[in-house]
Design a protein around this ligand. Structure first.
Ligand code: APR
Length: 248
């Protein structure tokens, strides 16, 4: 893939860079997306049953099992070159932050140190009544355990539809949109707010906006550069073009 000089210079000279990632970043690790492919999760499962609090309360055992299966699947998968390039970039640019909608933890596994998880992490749990954080080892149970502090059921500590994003995480993410010089949006359908507002905020604040996605999204018309293709293929090529050295 050919990259234009402005794109390469912007990435070389940036002091504060944000990678904003969605499910498409993990596609090449084998993790299903939510809405763009035949095997996408919300094409095959009812999001109101598996990704809302009311759905959990109506059928806690079934929902807990569903996430247990996704947790087990994720344990067999691993970060792909897209995650590894973003992790390597933090040793080239002083301020690199990953703001992710993903709950798979692959950015941290790949070595990224500054990661904001807007939608939580699938390995974490909290209780459904008060949000008391629960120990990780309960993931092995086949039925939702009870909170040791209040007795209510445990649920995955991720953001379901209709729920607020973690306030501190979102505040920092918003601030970064105003401060960064380059904002790279990777594998996002741009359909779920408020996370989807972040790239638009960054563009409005003067950041150079790059989008990596095989398909067009609502962000196309405001991006400074749309790179159409797979993240796991484009990012290693972009690394080589910018830094003229192999990925570590
Ligand atoms: N590389 C880059 N992008 C890809 C790739 C790939 N290899 N494969 C697919 N994509 C793109 C698709 O074209 C699509 O635009 O990734 C995007 C995936 O879109 P969604 O499945 O909607 O995922 P996402 O945008 O992360 O969804 C946002 O919705 O259900 C909620 O909480 C969930 O965080 C999720 C949010």
């Amino acid at each position: 893939m050919q990259f234009d000089d402005e794109l390469l210079n912007r990435l070389r000279q940036a002091k504060r860079l944000v990678f904003f990632t969605g499910a498409g970043t993990s596609t090449e690790s084998g993790v299903p997306t939510f809405r763009d492919e035949q095997n996408s999760l919300w094409i095959n499962f009812d999001a109101t049953r598996f990704a809302t609090e009311s759905g959990f309360r109506a059928n806690p055992g079934q929902v807990w099992q569903w996430y247990a299966e996704r947790r087990q699947q994720l344990q067999t998968l691993s970060p792909n070159p897209a995650h590894r390039v973003m992790a390597a970039w933090q040793d080239k640019t002083a301020g690199v932050t990953v703001i992710t909608q993903n709950i798979d933890g692959f950015h941290q596994q790949a070595g990224s140190r500054d990661v904001i998880e807007l939608h939580g992490n699938i390995t974490a749990n909290k209780c459904v009544d008060f949000g008391h954080v629960a120990p990780m080892d309960v993931n092995l149970s086949d039925q939702p355990p009870h909170c040791q502090q209040c007795g209510s059921l445990l649920r995955p500590d991720i953001v379901w539809f209709g729920e607020a994003l973690p306030a501190v995480a979102y505040h920092f993410a918003e601030q970064l949109c105003f401060d960064c010089e380059v904002f790279v949006c990777i594998g996002c359908s741009m359909e779920v707010y408020p996370a989807a507002s972040l790239p638009f905020n960054a563009a409005r604040s003067g950041a150079y906006l790059i989008q990596i996605n095989p398909q067009a999204t609502p962000l196309d018309e405001v991006a400074d550069c749309n790179l159409y293709g797979k993240a796991g293929e484009i990012l290693p090529q972009l690394w080589q073009a910018v830094w003229q050295e192999p990925l570590p």
